[in-house]
Design a protein around this ligand. Structure first.
Ligand SMILES: [Zn+2]
Length: 237
């Protein structure tokens, strides 16, 4: 069992929707935790990582199904080249018929951004937009909406963990995929949500010994090693 600690660094404003503090005029609030701080719900990270893993597997010509419709997902997708009828994306993140091997936890602000609710409230950005009618593709009359966003700041980090019950090469796919995630949350088309993900910690759990955290140096070489293991597997077929 592996536990990856992952840091999310926003490269600009970030809008991860969720139940937030009600604010006058704001139509779309960002998710906030019990302490009033914005956070990244596990589901928002999980969905994006899975989508990138699917793309990566496809790029390497490996079997992968096409969520979200159950009849197109493993094992009903009928993919050739899998050992048990499930593609790697379903093995890691689950399908309607199978629990995944990866648990993603919520991501919380760390460091200087463990600010109080009042400080966060002052720092939040409200963006205005114009509602577009999807049907007509035209601007809907007088439909302004207001979107709340977390400001981009060089020092801001969100930290969370992913736990994976998997062999090293499979963890390699996960580590490789994390490096490919470039956006989180909504409003991507409006330039929001650019991020960089970085594996900052790795712990391994073994029966009788519990969790053992790797040193910074070990984390680096572990990540390199498992990613090359994953890719070596594709070459060998
Ligand atoms: Zn699948």
């Amino acid at each position: 069992m592996w536990r990856l600690t992952v840091e999310v660094r926003p490269l600009g404003m970030l809008h991860v929707a969720g139940p937030g503090r009600p604010r006058p005029l704001v139509d779309r609030t960002v998710a906030v935790d019990a302490r009033g701080r914005p956070y990244l719900p596990a589901s928002s990270v999980r969905g994006r990582v899975r989508a990138h893993l699917e793309r990566l597997l496809r790029a390497y010509g490996l079997p992968v199904c096409t969520p979200p419709r159950p009849q197109h997902m493993c094992p009903h997708a009928g993919l050739a080249g899998t050992s048990d009828g499930y593609c790697l994306a379903c093995r890691l993140f689950g399908s309607p018929w199978r629990a995944g091997a990866v648990t993603v936890n919520d991501f919380y602000p760390v460091g200087v951004f463990e600010a109080t609710e009042a400080e966060w409230e002052r720092n939040m950005v409200v963006r205005t937009g114009i509602g577009i009618s999807r049907k007509l593709g035209t601007v809907r009359e007088e439909r302004l909406f207001f979107t709340e966003a977390v400001p981009g700041d060089d020092a801001l980090r969100f930290r969370g963990t992913l736990e994976a019950r998997a062999e090293r090469a499979v963890v390699g796919w996960l580590v490789g995929t994390l490096g490919l995630v470039t956006h989180l949350g909504g409003q991507k088309g409006r330039g929001l949500g650019r991020v960089e993900l970085d594996v900052s910690g790795v712990a391994v759990w073994t029966p009788g010994r519990g969790w053992e955290e790797m040193t910074e140096h070990e984390v680096e070489s572990f990540c390199r090693e498992v990613v090359s293991l994953a890719l070596a597997g594709t070459v060998a077929g």
